[in-house]
Design a protein around this ligand. Structure first.
Ligand code: NAD
Length: 328
């Protein structure tokens, strides 16, 4: 079984990808400092607790486990916090990522799949293609953009090969395994709404009802985490098969408004949710939807569980009950 180093494999997306890697015949070796992840989510291979910026540790992992590639998820993800604490984000997402990538390269690992984000684009109303103008509005987006560029520059200079996957809104949960989405604070719409439905959160506010969208609320492109996981397995196969570097959006190409998400959540949980409609929140673009033609045509990737009802039902399976991780 070829080993794949998975940084951040104890987190939401990383743990789902480990499950998919294992099912595809790979051994995921997780490196995670558990700053926001959970050791219980590491179920498909060895676990090493530590930071991605620890060069000695990464060197040791390369020697012991001989990974043939790295999937790099670890990092800080909360966009709002990146505005108030940019130093932390540049340190973890840029400085530590550079240390990781350089140590991997000297340890013989020259294939990397990187978790990028729709936040690298300049906000626009149209479906975003990979060639659309970049111009992140937050330090978070800028840190991701920098690592995309770093990987691309290393490709030109040293032949390093990388795939940057720009996720739109990752959501959902595993339909059978007990892993799920847990961020603190939880700022993502679907988990926050479901926490309200189950009583874990006292109130829920929809930010803004006067956007230039059909129902006035923001529109986003939600992609199921297991569909995202499938894209990562394809990325690994592509690189291990000798394929070149590329950047792909991963979304569905379909936008859903906040009101539509609230309605779908009410249907899934079987009760009406008394959400509060409030003012806009600073920094929210009216609409962010992916154009996914590139990943569809290159790898025949298709979203399988990303329709809103399936996605919310899968998230609810883990979230809509007493849950030792969420009820800490
Ligand atoms: N969730 C989304 O909607 C979304 C959207 C776009 C991009 N992304 C990107 O996908 C990746 C995974 O996101 P997620 O939602 O699974 O987040 P997460 O917080 O659940 O997972 C991140 C993991 O990285 C670990 N980690 C953080 N800093 C570390 C460090 N210095 N060393 C070692 N481990 C460290 C955490 O403990 C955690 O397990 C992130 O890079 C994020 O920026 C996520």
């Amino acid at each position: 079984m070829p080993s794949i180093l998975v940084t951040g494999g104890a987190g939401f997306v990383g743990s789902h990808v480990c499950e998919a890697l294992h099912a595809a015949g790979f051994l995921p070796v997780v490196l995670d400092d558990l700053s926001s992840g959970f050791q219980d989510f590491v179920q498909w291979g060895p676990f090493v607790q530590g930071r991605i910026g620890d060069r000695d540790l990464v060197r040791q992992i390369c020697k012991t486990h001989r990974p043939v590639a790295c999937l790099h998820f670890a990092g800080l993800i909360e966009l709002g916090r990146s505005v108030t604490h940019p130093d932390l984000f540049y340190d973890t997402n840029v400085a530590e990522s550079i240390a990781l990538i350089d140590t991997l390269r000297s340890g013989g690992v020259s294939s990397v799949v990187f978790s990028s984000t729709a936040a690298v684009y300049r906000a626009q109303l149209t479906p975003l293609v990979e060639t659309a103008a970049l111009g992140p509005e937050s330090p978070y987006g800028r840190t991701k953009w920098m690592i995309e560029q770093y990987l691309s520059d290393l490709g030109h200079a040293y032949g390093m090969r990388s795939i940057a996957l720009r996720y739109f809104n990752a959501a959902g949960g595993h339909p059978t395994v007990d892993i799920g989405e847990s961020h603190y604070p939880e700022t993502h719409l679907i988990p926050a709404l479901l926490d309200f439905a189950v009583g874990r959160r006292a109130a829920f506010t929809v930010f803004g009802t006067d956007y230039p969208t059909p129902d006035g609320t923001c529109i986003r492109d939600y992609v199921h985490v297991t569909d995202l996981a499938a894209a990562h397995v394809m990325a690994i196969r592509h690189l291990l098969g000798g394929g070149g570097s590329a950047v792909f959006n991963v979304g569905t190409g379909l936008g859903h408004s906040v009101k539509e998400v609230v309605e779908a959540a009410q249907f899934v949980v079987g009760k009406s949710l008394a959400v509060h409609y409030g003012d806009r929140r600073a920094g929210d673009a009216p609409m962010r939807v992916a154009n996914c033609d590139a990943i569809r045509s290159e790898w025949s990737w298709r979203p399988r569980r990303s329709d809103l009802h399936t996605l919310i039902a899968d998230a609810w399976r883990w979230r809509g009950r007493a849950n030792p991780i969420l009820d800490r």
